[in-house]
Design a binder for this molecule. Sequence first.
Ligand SMILES: Cc1cc2nc3c(=O)[nH]c(=O)nc-3n(C[C@H](O)[C@H](O)[C@H](O)COP(=O)(O)OP(=O)(O)OC[C@H]3O[C@@H](n4cnc5c(N)ncnc54)[C@H](O)[C@@H]3O)c2cc1C
Length: 248
Amino acid sequence: MADLEQFRAETRAWLEENCPPSMRTPMVEEEVVWGGRNQKFVNPESKVWLDRMVAKGWTAPAWPKEYGGGGLSKGEAIILDQEMKRINARSPLASFGIWMLGPVLLEYANEEQKKKFLPDIVAGKTRWCQGYSEPGAGSDLASLQTKCEDKGDHWLINGSKIWTSYANHADWIFCLVRTDFTKKHEGISFVLFDMTTQGVETRPILLISGSSPFCETFFTDVKVPKDQLVGTPGKGWDIAKRLLQYER
Ligand SMILES: Cc1cc2nc3c(=O)[nH]c(=O)nc-3n(C[C@H](O)[C@H](O)[C@H](O)COP(=O)(O)OP(=O)(O)OC[C@H]3O[C@@H](n4cnc5c(N)ncnc54)[C@H](O)[C@@H]3O)c2cc1C
């Protein structure tokens, strides 16, 4: 308990010193930092704040330090959250990587994958999108048809996704694909790939409001390195469900 009180005092002092004044005002949409290769900082203090929080590992406070996280205990993470709220500090980074993908990588990915992907998520260097829904697979997600063939030295992906939020801004996608058409749930795998890979195309869906928060996403002969499948082929449904527990 005494340790936690000391942690609170240190955290409060650090936040007082390091959270820039404009980062203590309510968030405005244009200033939300999603990170990624194309991130532009409308407010320069957003970058200062992000850099300082990343250096502490506090964009993902409870993730292990070895992957860039803060290594905080549950109690410490709660205190950090309380102390940020106390000064109305903005969240430094909005990230599907932190909210959805990272937790399942910690649980299911191999060591190489964790080292490759998690630190860039914490640092806001990679912006991720979620490739789950398909035109014929929404509520019944396990009927998804995006085909992923084993071509020996790579996976070959063909198919399409829909309602992929911000796919046109994302650097990478975590994607549900079918590696086996003879089974339903047991034929699904969970793969990660770069959105700039040849054969990936996004088409924003224009809403009546004029905004385009979602895309149709098409895959035509997309070659994905073998080591970018998470877990075991055919076991992606377990990962998909676990991820939704973090999302929803
Ligand atoms: C804000 C937002 C962001 C999203 N972002 C993403 C994203 O980033 N990536 C992604 O992959 N997807 C995303 N989605 C898609 C979302 O997950 C889908 O909306 C969901 O999968 C439902 O699919 P659908 O639209 O095809 O609806 P359908 O499956 O066609 O369902 C339509 C309606 O029918 C009902 N229904 C369906 N089946 C039955 C049944 N058997 N019995 C009774 N009622 C039924 C449903 O409850 C629903 O009301 C997003 C959706 C929203 C709203």
